[in-house]
Design a protein. Structure first.
Length: 252
């Protein structure tokens, strides 16, 4: 048998592998720990682990660019412009539903809490109760996040979105510059420790709401690649791998 005949099957396999290869451009998001944890010039976190798990489930998929970070608003606009392909860990809203492709099943659920000071006895069970407080119910929220738009859409709330970083809002709340801090439960205990306010603030016993977080792809991403990503995420959800990764990062 000639060397060419031996090489033909290998060449066919190589071409098949190349045909299945798909790079998905992405970025990390600033100030979103533990989704993305930026330290010492390296980005780790829950979403980085999810990207690697998807690549393992479908070796032809590869996420690139996740070691560079930018604000969420810019990351969304870059995806809408077709300059990046994927964003990890975002919730539904009207604008995103129109602009991007949401991958189901969700990556993980997240409870949202209204954090208060330990010396404040207030308990609220609904947004209507917060509205009735007026200016005395000021809600702190991280600037540049999807939560800002969510609270604005609700209407009637007194919102302060001037601080970008979670630690800034935790310290503002501790010092009385705000009544509540609207924050995700994911990674909260670690944030409290890092901000040095764990003994000053109170985590409520129940969430104000719970919402699923998704992987989003740009509408420019080919439909066959979207389907492969969807299949990989479904596989990770069914196997329990997504839940395991969430547990890993929940207290960090």
């Amino acid at each position: 048998m000639s060397p060419l005949r031996h090489a033909a099957p290998l060449l066919a396999l190589l071409l098949s592998t190349l045909a299945l290869a798909a790079d998905l451009r992405t970025v990390a998001q600033d100030a979103t720990e533990p989704k993305f944890v930026i330290a010492g010039g390296k980005v780790t976190g829950l979403c980085i682990d999810i990207y690697r798990a998807i690549e393992k489930a479908d070796p032809g998929l590869r996420f690139t660019g996740d070691q560079a970070a930018m604000p969420l608003a810019r990351a969304e606009s870059e995806m809408a412009a077709g300059n990046i392909d994927a964003n990890c860990g975002l919730v539904h809203n009207k604008e995103r539903d129109q602009a991007y492709v949401f991958i189901d099943p969700p990556l993980f659920p997240v409870d949202y809490l209204l954090l208060t000071r330990r010396d404040d006895p207030i308990e609220v069970a609904s947004w209507d109760e917060v509205r009735k407080l007026g200016a005395k119910g000021q809600v702190l929220v991280n600037a540049g996040t999807g939560q800002v738009k969510r609270l604005e859409d609700m209407g009637g709330l007194t919102i302060d979105a001037s601080a970008k970083l979670p630690q800034q809002n935790l310290q503002k709340l501790a010092s009385g510059r705000g009544r509540f801090y609207y924050v995700r439960s994911l990674g909260l205990r670690g944030e409290l420790k890092r901000a040095g306010v764990a003994d000053q603030l109170r985590i409520p016993s129940r969430a104000i709401e719970s919402t699923p977080f998704h992987l989003l792809l740009g509408k420019h991403v080919p439909k066959d690649v979207v389907e492969r990503v969807r299949k990989a995420v479904a596989q990770l959800a069914a196997s329990g791998e997504l839940a395991r990764l969430l547990d890993k990062w929940d207290d960090q």
